[in-house]
Design a protein around this ligand. Structure first.
Ligand code: LM2
Length: 453
């Protein structure tokens, strides 16, 4: 049985892309728990092909929990540590395919493999051979059969309609559940029929949070909506549309962002500004390289009540294929934030807005304001208020109606609230629910009920 994110509670996911297990564990304790993140998403934990590219993780050769990111024991201990810090763990599960190397070899943990033979796990009969395009690769995304029966970049495509393959995949997921994990991001879900995923999930030993990767493509026959019966679905239009709005349109257009733009139902949408694929392969999206505007876009995502947000956390790269900082044997090094790793989830604006999301959970939007262009503001009714000024000029001396109880609130965009003190500016809401403040160009102010002095 699968369930979506539980109502209420802390729902923000931090995607610690390619972090090793000891580093994930210490981040849960030092930062993710204290800042209010509800989940950490980790990169694929199973044995994979060797190499220093990040994408070796997406080429499984066995389901041993042993990878460049750590051993089974380190993984188990990471899960326990994160949960003790109040952070649930979501695993990126690669279940559509195995490796794509034309020649076999030896995996990270020592398992030998051939392209369609993974001894003791899968044999040639367990894979699809679609008989198209000369090499069985997917070419035409307008053809449902091809997308679900041919190979994604030569990756050996599992026959997910077969009872044996389903049971083997469920055994892998159940092993992860036995190690305590709380949910799965199902990689390449679009390449598996929704009914196959439903069958695999029906074999799970307990409920788990499910998010499926189904990349929206205009006019394509396979649609994200087909998968909502299984759990949440990544809404790829969100980050693309938001980037366009920030780069070349108007923030004023965001007043009905989400379902009003034709995106998935809010209760099923998993949203993000960028992920590990789009930051590399989709020139349009905002990424850590956009710095202040990236922080503002994340602040909007965390303030706006649509979908379940994921905050991306990247390592620094210039070459698309380059793996994370690692030792001479391609073992991933411990994370050093701001030195080879971007750690967007720690940026003060982003980390503090997680607290805003938690404080305003379950409330709607009211008091929308826009100037027709790049200045917007809105309340999360009774609990919070944000104004974002993405104009090239400061907006000074304006008054904002928040509807919040009178009081002194920490501006969490410029200060951190802790132990009842604010390290930045304090915003005073008067008895009628108004405050007056200056907002610099490309900046914001945000206040909420859990950061009130
Ligand atoms: C995904 N979602 O559906 C992941 O989010 C994405 O990152 C994965 O691609 C993909 N599906 C497969 O799990 C990455 C990466 C590719 C890489 C594959 C497999 O973006 O570049 O492909 O993982 O490691 C690489 C080579 C490719 C080669 C393939 C097989 O780039 O040229 O194909 O390995 O050897 C011949």
């Amino acid at each position: 049985p699968a369930v979506a994110a539980p109502a209420g509670g802390k729902k923000v996911i931090a995607n610690l892309f390619e972090w090793n297990w000891p580093s994930v564990a210490s981040e849960c304790t030092s930062t993710l728990g204290p800042k209010g993140y509800g989940y950490v998403q980790v990169s694929p934990p199973q044995e994979h092909v060797r190499g220093n590219q990040w994408w070796v993780a997406y080429q499984p050769v066995s389901y041993r929990i042993e990878s460049r990111k750590g051993t089974r024991d380190q993984f188990r201990s990471m899960v326990t540590t994160c949960q003790a810090a109040g952070v649930k763990v979501i695993v990126d599960a690669v279940i559509n395919h195995m490796s794509g190397q034309a020649n076999g070899g030896t995996g990270w943990a020592g398992s030998s493999y051939q392209h369609y033979v993974y001894p003791g796990i899968y044999q040639a009969q367990d894979f699809h051979y679609c008989g198209r395009n000369g090499n069985d690769d997917i070419v035409n995304y307008n053809d449902r059969y091809e997308v679900q029966n041919c190979e994604l970049v030569n990756l050996a495509d599992l026959k997910t309609e077969s009872d044996y393959v389903r049971s083997r995949l469920a055994a892998y997921l159940n092993d992860l559940l036995s190690l305590g994990v709380d949910g799965f991001r199902l990689d390449a879900s679009k390449h598996m029929p929704a009914a196959d995923i439903a069958n695999i999930l029906s074999r799970l030993s307990r409920s788990a949070y499910i998010v499926q990767e189904v990349i929206y493509g205009a006019g394509e026959p396979i649609r994200p909506e087909e998968y909502t019966g299984n759990g949440d679905v990544h809404e790829f239009r969100y980050g693309k549309d938001l980037a366009r709005v920030f780069r070349s349109e108007r923030l004023a257009y965001l007043r009905n962002f989400g379902e009003g733009w034709g995106h998935l139902p809010t209760g099923r949408a998993s949203v993000f500004i960028d992920n590990h694929d789009t930051q590399r392969d989709d020139g349009g999206v905002l990424t850590y390289r956009d710095r202040g505007i990236y922080a503002l876009a994340n602040a909007f995502m965390l303030a706006w009540p649509y979908g379940s947000p994921t905050v991306m956390s990247s390592y620094t790269y210039s070459n698309r294929d380059a793996g994370p900082p690692s030792d001479g044997n391609n073992k991933t090094l411990n994370t050093a934030c701001y030195s080879g790793w971007e750690c967007e989830h720690r940026w003060p604006v982003i980390a503090n807005m997680v607290g805003f999301r938690n404080a305003t959970e379950g409330t709607g939007v009211s008091n929308w304001y826009d100037n027709g262009y790049q200045h917007i503001a809105f309340s999360r009714t009774g609990k919070g208020y944000i104004t974002i000024n993405d104009e090239d000029f400061a907006i000074n001396g304006r008054s904002y109606y928040t509807g919040l109880p009178a009081g002194r609130y920490c501006d969490v965009i410029h200060g951190t609230f802790s132990a009842n003190t604010c390290s930045g500016p304090v915003i005073t809401v008067d008895a009628n629910g108004w405050f007056t403040a200056n907002v610099p160009a490309h900046d914001a102010i945000a206040i909420h009920a859990s950061a009130r002095l």
